[in-house]
Ligand binder design. Sequence first.
Ligand SMILES: Nc1ncnc2c1ncn2[C@@H]1O[C@H](COP(=O)(O)OP(=O)(O)O)[C@@H](O)[C@H]1O
Ligand SMILES: [Mg+2]
Length: 413
Amino acid sequence: MEENSVENNDCEICIEAKGLWKVFGKRADEIMGSDLRNASKDTILEKTGCVVAVRNVSFTVKKGEFFVIMGLSGSGKSTLIRMLLRLIDSTSGSILVDGEDVLKFNKKKLRDFRRHTTGMVFQYFGLLPHRSVLDNVAYGLKVQGVSKEKRYAKAREAIETVGLKGWEDYLPSALSGGMQQRVGIARALTTDPEILLMDEPFSGLDPLIRREMQDELIELQDKVQKTIVFVTHDLHEALKLGGRIAIMRDGKIIQVGAPEDVITDPADDYVREFVQDASPAKVLTAGGIMEQPEALLYEWQGPKAALHTLRSLKEDHAFMVGRDRKLLGLVTMKRLKGLIQENGSYLKDSMETDIATTGPDVVLEELFPLAAEADYPIAVIDEVGKFIGEIQISSIFENMIQEKTEGNNGRIS
Ligand SMILES: Nc1ncnc2c1ncn2[C@@H]1O[C@H](COP(=O)(O)OP(=O)(O)O)[C@@H](O)[C@H]1O
Ligand SMILES: [Mg+2]
């Protein structure tokens, strides 16, 4: 797949689903063959006892794209993502992967497709409880018949990639939820699949760990550049991760677009409602996105010690605090060098005091004007002026809308 048009893989299509339906129940074919298929989910259930889980869904996912399917519980997300692997047989429609019709695959081809082309990560990790982390991760290769030596080597590599080096010999139960899901991700990565399918992988984790895992997944994707189909019911997660987002309701995809499109131009009231209270700019706070700075300078330090700190941490500037971590100002490398040249001995004399500050509970939206003016990070201080963190200007915009990968801003519906 890679030999042709390496340059042009922005527009290369990896997955193409056309007119997919899934009707659960004995009378599925009968429903599909009649006008009844256009009736509402409730009506069909009432009249036939069948459940329409996915209704005439079409979408494409480009190579290397991070494609998010978002919707409330019961909207058909799991059914849809499982149909892509034929873990659930579709009632009607077609699925092309790299131009090949998955629904026409024979048994062997399907098995290869599941083992080599795709990797799946589930909400509840699905780890083998009595096998070590290493064996769990190597499992996919074992069923492929890869030799022990080779599969362990690959598994160790994947374990390192997800940050679990040192945990190879533990049982899953010794690991926290977040770590167990890393094992799940490592397992999906060992076979080096082209496509990663993830069904609410972080939904079982508590919010802090969840954010961390999302950040790590973004980093991981930068490294491995897979085509990812990621299912979530969480709009924040979708906005953060998705290059494009497909929104599902009652089995249908009702909007596909980049995060901005979904926020600024919701397709209908359902999406609007979803998005309304949830605009990250209105929800995320300074305290939620702030970080601890690498370098922090103290009032009582001499200029040369400060210079040493900045140099060794390769920082161009740092906030300066006094007793009780009270924020005093910002010291830049340039000013500091000036001070040293003039033989000054008080760090305070090289300090900028005209700096942007904010409180931890201020929402992103209110930080925009500050961000537009600021040359340096924004300092977050508490009610008594104590320095509690800093916000890089770029992270304000990144948190607002996760940067799209190039070429993902077209809509397809
Ligand atoms: N095996 C099944 N048999 C009957 N109905 C099912 C089955 N699996 C899912 N459903 C129904 O299909 C609809 C979509 O379910 P699902 O795909 O699990 O949604 P989601 O993942 O978005 O929560 C729901 O109404 C659900 O009850
Ligand atoms: Mg589900």
